[in-house]
Design a protein around this ligand. Sequence first.
Ligand SMILES: *Cc1c(COP(=O)(O)O)cnc(C)c1O
Length: 238
Amino acid sequence: MRDNSSTPEERLRQVQRQIDQALAQNRRPAGAAALLAVSKTRPASDILALYRAGQRRFGENYLQEALGKMALLDGYEIEWHFIGPIQSNKSRDIASHFSWVHSVERLKIARRLSEQRPDGLPPLNICLQVNVSGEASKSGCRLDELPRLAAQVATLPRLRLRGLMAIPAPSDDPTAQRRPFRTLREALEQLRGDGLALDTLSMGMSADLDAAIAEGATLVRIGTALFGSRPAKGDLLP
Ligand SMILES: *Cc1c(COP(=O)(O)O)cnc(C)c1O
């Protein structure tokens, strides 16, 4: 997935170039898809290397790990995005430390995030995670439940509902990759038709970035292509 001899700066430029090319190929405006660097399992020094190369948005999946890195990187102008599963007892720290949450799939969690968002901070940006792979996935709200959930979340005072997020089942076939992304885009268009002011499609990872941009991604979440492959789960220290 990456050339080990390349520097973080070079990998950032390469991913940025891939995004720019995919946008141009699909006749979308330059800059229409932003890069979220997914830094889970990576040390703060890796984040700093990309920061120095100009990257500002970083995504984390595990709260404790993220809080440790935030403490080390205090004072840097990083926009932190939470993209992992949310347990209720973690919602307060997520509401206080992040600018965005991409992985909201239940009203109960959205309510807690709104109640717990500190007053001095701007509203917390929210994407609803949608299950676009049917039985192949356990996470994300069901498509038929989405309109109701979106309407309810949109009324919560300390949140700003921005759009939708999905993690489709992996596929090597570019045509098959596009299908779930198209479903997510159509769901976003329908919610807009219902009157919600949404601007974000958070979709596309290292292996399906081009397919996601072809279907309208505005925020791609990239880890491996920037940082190299992560250790297998069994290799992680406890
Ligand atoms: C890990 C992760 C990514 C990045 O995946 P890569 O394949 O490493 O680019 C994106 N989104 C979510 C929700 C993730 O957990």
